[in-house]
Structures are given as C-alpha cells and as structure tokens.
Design a protein around this ligand. Sequence first.
Ligand SMILES: [Zn+2]
Length: 389
Amino acid sequence: MKKQKGIGKVFIVFMALIIGAVGGFYGLTWLTLPKTEDVQVGEEIFFSKGDENLDATIDVSNADISIHFLELGNKYTGDCTYIKAGDVDILIDCGSKSNSVSTISAYLENYVTDGILEYVIVTHAHQDHYAGFATSEKIDGIFDLFECETIIDFAGTANGKTETALYKNYQTKLNKAVENGATHFTALDCVEEKNGASSSFDLGANITLNILDSYYYKNPDKSNENNNSVCCMFTQKVSETESNNFLFTGDLEREGEEYLCSMNELPKVDLYKAGHHGSRTSSSKQFIDVIQPKTVCVCCCAGSSEYTSVPENQFPTQEFITNVGVWTDEVYVTTLCVDYKNNEFTSFNGNIVYLSNKESYNVVCSNNNTKLKDSQWFADSGRVWPTAT
Ligand SMILES: [Zn+2]
C-alpha cells in the first residue's frame, strides 16, 4: 500500500509539472502576442511569412542608396519602404497591419545597426500605411522599437478619421516619440518651410530628400484619404545637370497627380513606387507620361480579393499596366495572393531591393527577379502588356 501511495504522489507531481509547463508555454505565448482587438483591425494572421528568404540580407554596401520594398508577412496589401543612404536610414510607411511590425522590424534590424531611423515618413492615415505606427499601448510599434529623429506626416485627414481608435493610437505614439526627442513636421510645414521645417533634406553623398508640394496638404480631401498622401522624391546628383530620381506618391489618386504635375517640376524618374498599389485610379496616363519611369515597384498582394472580387480591378490593374508598360517592362511586385479566403499567399518577387550608384543600378529580389510581364500570374490573369512607345 505504502509503495502504491508513493507511486501515486510521483504521478501527481509529474502531471502537475507537465500541466504547469504546457500552461506556462501557452500563457507566455498568449501574453507576448499582440492582441488584435487592441487595435480593432479585424482578423489578423500572426507571424506568417510567404517567403523563407524574407529575412535574408542583401549586401547594400556597394550602393550609394538602396531602396527596399518590403513584404509584410501576411496576405494584406500595404506599403512599407526602407531606404538606406550611407548611414542615413529612412522608413516610408509601415503597413499593412499592426502584426506586420514583427516582420518589418526583423528586416530593419539587419540594416539599421544603430537603432536610429533618421527620417520617418507617414504618407496617410490608412491602416495599410500607418498601422505599424498606430499600435496600441500594449503593442510596440516602429516609434517604440526605433529612435526616430525626424517624423514627417500627412497634413490632414478625411472626415471622421480623428475619432477612430487607430488614429488615436497613432497620435499617442507620435506624441510619445516627440517627448522622447523626435522632431515632427507635417508635409505642409515642409513645403511652407515653417515651424523649423524644410522641403529639402540633405542626406549626404549628393542625395537629397525633397517633400513635393500637393494641393491636398492645404486643402485636405475630406472624402478620399488617399489624396492626403505625403509625396516625396529622392534625388541622387550625378553631375551639375543630371540626377537619378526616385518618386513616392503614397496612394495619391488621379486628381492629386494632376496637381502634383502642376505644382512641381517633375523630372523623368528612375524609380517609381506604383501609386496606390497599382490601382486603376492612380498612375494616370497624363502623370506617367510626365515621369516616364524606368523601374516600377508595386507593393501589393497581386490578384487578391481583399478590396474587390472583380478580377480586373484587383492590383495590379490593366489600366496601371497599360500606362506604365509603354515606358518600361521593369515592373516588380512584392506579394502574390494564392487563395485569399484560405489565407494563402506567397512571394511574387518578394522583398524588392533597388540599388543605385551614380552611373548604374541593380534590382535584387528575395524570391526571384521575374518581371511582371513574364510572370505566371500575368499570363493567368489575362492582363495585356502594351507596345512600347
Ligand atoms: Zn494603400
């Protein structure tokens, strides 16, 4: 009897240890995961990745400037562009969801070795661009994870935006970053050169960040948030008369592009981040014929039904392809939707890295370097490539 009691005690202790270990593991996992409901962003997938090469670093040491269009670790379309110009690190947007922060920060840590982002640009108050800055108190966002020196954001928002939980989170995090020493300018401050701001920031090595003028900085679009996008151009001076130009317009729509053309002297550009993820309502012919891009990068989950079930309107659209395709076939796309309903996605080109020196450039992608027009998705989608001009 005694012996049996002893075995029983050992068994109980053993089971308690097992339950404790398993419970502790799940408890810890639960505690460390960001809580979706905290930021009210609906369903989210945590820490999933489409491409095992996403964390692989690309040697950028031989480039004067490298521009990285990031995959976001989930099936959702969104923007996040990291730019390295010498020791100056810049981040434009941090979408697509708050849980993208883990994928993005892991990537940035490979390059931002001092933990300082000298410039952060937040184009507009849509989740797929600013969720990574608008995290709740309980979730570390980019402003928490990196020391941000100069933050440039949108001058205005659409009706009702400031009442949303995400926007309030953004303001809280932004204020905290400013308390911690960050300098904050709106795009309007920059173009009007007020509150100590400038429209032009010297990054060294003949590279300049220019905040372009846009009608909607002063006259916020109250119905279409996309038009409130901060637009900027990086220029790399090649000679007294020549420069390489890299253009970012956020999700600016056709009418905003018209103003952009009339309010700025836009040059031909070497690199263009496809406006509004390759939507049919941006990258208008009139605008594209002015900038005549040589390379175009599309940040989207190609062929996804996230925004529309109509295949023709899914990113990247035929209208976008028709307008940019006459100028270049060097069009790259970050992510590919496999089955939206079943949360299946994979890399298209993956993380796209554009490396530029004065006289030459190179594009290196984490998955493959297949151009959009040569891809299987393009063939299957029925999209048509236009003839070059
Ligand atoms: Zn967007």
